[in-house]
Unconditional design. Structure first.
Length: 154
């Protein structure tokens, strides 16, 4: 049971994250891969305005072996994330898509209040290799720190 005395949007946002965490924690290895594959298929296409930057290597998360590129904007007080991950990397692409889906439209404060170690909370550290965990954690931390920097949160 979630207990929040916060703005209703934050409750919906946290409920979505908590629902995702619960689904992943209850899933076995094959179900986890299937969920990540489903998410990987829903990652929005990278906007044309970022293609040249991506091709030049800008906004890449270097700690991740898979080439992951992330752009973060705050518009009208809400987070917008664009990301690009090769289709040939469905596990990483799925995780990034999960983050984009969860954080787009949230406030910076809501992103800031997300679990510190989402990778662990999802149970991915127990189901995927250590090297992959390092990369996924780096992507998550990049998004959280990028939102913080873009919004001016101290």
């Amino acid at each position: 049971m979630l207990r929040y005395s916060l703005h209703p949007f934050l409750i919906r946002y946290m409920t979505k994250i908590e629902e995702i965490i619960e689904a992943f924690q209850e899933a076995d290895y094959q179900e986890t891969l299937a969920m990540l594959l489903d998410y990987s298929e829903s990652l929005p296409k990278l906007p044309e305005k970022y293609i040249e930057q991506r091709n030049s290597g800008f906004n890449r998360v270097p700690e991740c072996e898979t080439p992951v590129f992330v752009w973060i904007e705050i518009s009208d007080g809400l987070v917008h994330i664009d990301a690009d991950v090769p289709e040939e990397s469905p596990t990483v692409r799925g995780f990034v898509s999960l983050l984009v889906d969860s954080f787009n439209g949230a406030t910076p404060e809501e992103v800031e209040s997300a679990p510190l170690n989402l990778v662990h909370n999802l149970g991915l550290d127990q189901k995927l290799g250590t090297r992959r965990m390092f990369g996924l954690s780096a992507v998550y931390n990049r998004i959280k720190s990028g939102v913080k920097a873009a919004s001016g949160i101290q």
